[in-house]
Design a protein around this ligand. Structure first.
Ligand code: AMP
Ligand code: ZN
Length: 437
């Protein structure tokens, strides 16, 4: 038995810092960051000049609003090294963001940045109850993507045995899980749903046959309904994990055991919510686009980064005692919004409906063709459905009317046998938009 050293917090004083002290720390770090990029990154010097602002103008946290935004396009245009604030030989690691369009974004880490990223994920994991003695099977993609590596070093910091399984190969995953009694896993929601199917097919009862306690699930948006499906299918508690490569990868915001939103680690990041169309900063509690500023980054500090992710800030205190405020589950990306027959639709709205119908399986695909014709392809569940024509038609009708109530348009419903839609090990591609081709 590995020694277990139950911690409630990873670093108590950092996580429970009283708000006034936390805010004073944020201000000091913001000033340093602004001065650093102004001195060292020509793109920021230019942006500051355009905005007619100098680092010395920052006197309070409210002055953050005077600073310029940074966008994904800025990062792409300064690829490969244009945003570096240190000489290249002071960097230790390179990641790229899994961008879908054009040039990738290159993200550099100094030694301190690598360590800070591991600190934040260690802090996040401990907040869910993971501790020394837990066995961590990391089912995210290793490589240029931040997801696996950052989590890997965080779990090692805690003192867990780390199994760098990577995604895919369900047979081997299962073998490792059984033989080494993995207690904690880290994977995307789409792979988690697929893996739940695999267990079901093998007749494995995860609560009896496996030692899993918790799954860290993130890297793409998913709904509460999907969380419940994963929890049932894998016999775990699912903790929502939010991050993006531009801000280290995982460990930006994480659910604690109270599971009422994700604590965003405010000693490391400043958060704002803006109206994605106008850029106006919105009052706390209102949903909008999350904007993040790094406070401790050395190699590549980023000011007011427009994440495109839609969420809202929660500021009521959390029962866990952490003083860092929380964000709500990401409801989608501003870029994911589909306009179908004049109606704005987020794929998450469709997912929520599909995952709440027991007769349906865990995989689906949204396809758009021609003049706004929408087809929702969804797998039937292995156990729950006999496939008789009469029942299929009734089920199609039920789904169409539930979807109509949610998205105000009636898509075609294509019910397919379990295991027939493409599976994804990493981030799933849920929408095929043939209209743009
Ligand atoms: P990447 O830079 O490749 O790690 O992708 C980061 C993006 O993945 C974020 O900007 C979000 O759009 C998405 N993402 C990551 N974690 C979550 C999560 N827990 N819920 C919803 N979306 C997420
Ligand atoms: Zn909490």
């Amino acid at each position: 038995m590995r020694p277990s050293n139950e911690r409630v917090y990873w670093k108590t004083s950092e996580e429970t810092l009283p708000r006034p002290e936390l805010e004073a720390l944020q201000l000091a770090r913001l000033k340093q960051t602004a001065a650093r990029v102004y001195e060292r990154v020509p793109l920021y010097r230019q942006k500051f000049e355009q905005a007619k602002v100098k680092p010395n103008d920052i006197l309070s946290l409210a002055d953050l609003r005077r600073l310029p935004f940074t966008t994904g396009a800025d990062l792409r245009e300064s690829y490969p090294t244009g945003m570096l604030a240190v000489p290249l030989d002071e960097t230790l690691r390179l990641h790229t963001s899994s961008g879908t369009t054009g040039k990738p974004k290159a993200l550099f880490f100094s030694a301190k940045d690598v360590d800070n990223a591991a600190e934040l994920i260690a802090r996040s994991f401990v907040a869910t109850g993971m501790n020394r003695g837990d066995i961590f099977q990391n089912m995210m993609t290793y490589g240029l993507f931040t997801g696996a590596l950052v989590a890997h070093y965080g779990a090692e910091k805690i003192g867990c045995l780390v199994i760098p399984a990577g995604p895919g190969n369900s047979e081997r995953q299962l073998l490792l899980m059984q033989d080494f009694r993995s207690t904690s896993i880290h994977l995307t929601p789409s792979f988690a749903l697929y893996f739940a199917d695999v267990l079901e097919k093998r007749g494995i009862n995860p609560r009896k046959d496996l030692s899993l306690k918790r799954a860290f699930v993130g890297a793409e948006p998913y709904t509460e309904e999907t969380r419940r499906k994963i929890e049932q299918g894998l016999g775990v508690r699912v903790f929502n994990s939010y991050g993006l490569s531009e801000m280290n990868g995982p460990g930006v915001a994480f659910e604690c055991q109270a599971q009422n939103g994700m604590h965003l680690w405010e000693d490391y990041f400043l958060m704002e919510i803006i109206n994605p169309e106008t850029g106006e900063v919105l009052p706390v509690g209102e949903p909008g686009e999350l904007v993040l500023t790094t406070l401790l980054r050395e190699a590549m500090p980023i000011l007011r980064y427009r994440t495109r992710d839609i969420t809202a800030i929660r500021e009521e205190p959390c029962s866990c005692g952490r003083t860092h405020r929380r964000i709500e589950r990401i409801t989608g990306r501003a870029d994911d919004m589909l306009i179908v027959r004049g109606v704005n639709i987020y794929p998450q709205q469709i997912e929520r409906v599909l995952m709440s119908i027991p007769k349906l399986g865990r995989n689906y695909l949204i396809q758009l063709d021609g003049l706004d014709e929408m087809t929702v392809k969804v797998e039937l569940s292995e156990a729950g459905f006999d496939g008789e024509l009469e029942h299929v038609v009734a089920l199609q009708k039920e789904i169409a009317s539930l979807l109509k109530a949610e998205i105000l348009t009636t898509p075609r419903i294509d019910l397919v046998p379990p295991g027939t839609l493409p599976i994804s090990e990493g981030k799933a591609k849920r929408v095929i938009d043939n209209r743009k081709l």
